[in-house]
Design a protein around this ligand. Structure first.
Ligand code: G
Ligand code: G
Ligand code: MN
Ligand code: NA
Length: 250
């Protein structure tokens, strides 16, 4: 059977789960936010990666109910299990451009009872390429609700510095390809340091993703970025497992 057919049952039968990966704030030295990452416990195939089913879900439109479930579930976790943390969730371009998206986000936040500022939506540059005016209008409406907006995977794809001046981002997430390279490629490190300065000048937080070893950790601490994320800090895990192997300070 096609993955797409199985997706129909997945929400109803509770086969999706959110994992949470810590983001370490370098100023306070503590974990103040987590990125929510979806996992699918498929009845026959076992754990299916979002890389394999998100494209199918986007093609079939299933990404709309799935994306809604992700936001509702992350907010419920923020209310019940992680009551002081901020949570970021990934938003698909298809979901972002759905006519009901802003209203769905607003309602989910209202139902959860938590401040909108504790939710950050991660979007990618490729979502901004077409119809700038519509993207700007959606982002402006989201900002009016009070949610934070992060530009994910920054520096790969159709990066345009113009996006940083046109759109109201709170956070820039430097793509992990630059981070994993920083120790051996001085150009990658120079790009990271420049994005950090750019973020400061534009009043946006800068998060470096994909820190896997101590050498990279030290480079990134010195780069002056605001937060770091990566397997060294903590792997994505179910909420019940958080705190087991996560350092609370560096
Ligand atoms: O967690 P992992 O490295 O397997 O994620 C692989 C990809 O799937 C990443 O690009 C990530 O942004 C994306 N992804 C993970 N969770 C979600 C989600 O809830 N919604 C969307 N749209 N993408 C997600
Ligand atoms: O596209 P996005 O940045 O949302 O992708 C997040 C994905 O990156 C998650 O699926 C997560 O599993 C993965 N990830 C997080 N930290 C690391 C890391 O240190 N190394 C690698 N290789 N992947 C990571
Ligand atoms: Mn992300
Ligand atoms: Na990313």
């Amino acid at each position: 059977r096609e993955l797409e057919e199985d997706l129909h049952a997945a929400i109803e039968e509770g086969q999706f789960e959110l994992f949470y990966q810590p983001r370490l704030d370098l100023n306070s030295g503590s974990i103040e936010s987590y990125e929510a990452l979806i996992r699918w416990n498929h009845p026959e195939k076992g754990l299916v990666s979002p890389v394999d089913f998100i494209p199918a879900a986007e093609g079939s439109g299933q990404i709309i109910p799935i994306g809604k479930w992700v936001i509702q579930t992350a907010l419920a976790t923020a209310a019940d299990e992680l009551p002081t943390a901020r949570l970021s969730v990934n938003v698909s371009p298809v979901q972002f451009r759905d006519n009901d998206f802003v209203e769905d986000v607003r309602r989910a936040i209202e139902a959860s009872g938590i401040p909108a500022s504790r939710l950050e939506l991660e979007i990618t540059e490729n979502l901004l390429i077409e119809d700038d005016a519509r993207a700007l209008s959606i982002l402006t409406s989201l900002k009016a609700i009070g949610v934070k907006i992060a530009l994910d995977d920054f520096g790969v794809g159709y990066s345009s510095l113009g996006y940083l001046s046109r759109f109201p981002f709170d956070t820039i997430k430097i793509d992990r390809s630059f981070v994993s390279d920083a120790g051996k490629n001085s150009n990658s490190l120079a790009i990271i340091e420049t994005v950090v300065r750019l973020g400061k000048a534009l009043n946006m937080r800068v998060v470096a993703e994909g820190i896997e070893d101590l050498e990279t950790l030290n480079l990134l601490i010195r780069s002056g970025c605001n937060e770091i994320q990566g397997f060294l800090i903590g792997r994505p895990q179910p909420v019940r497992a958080l705190g087991v192997d996560i350092p609370t300070s560096v």
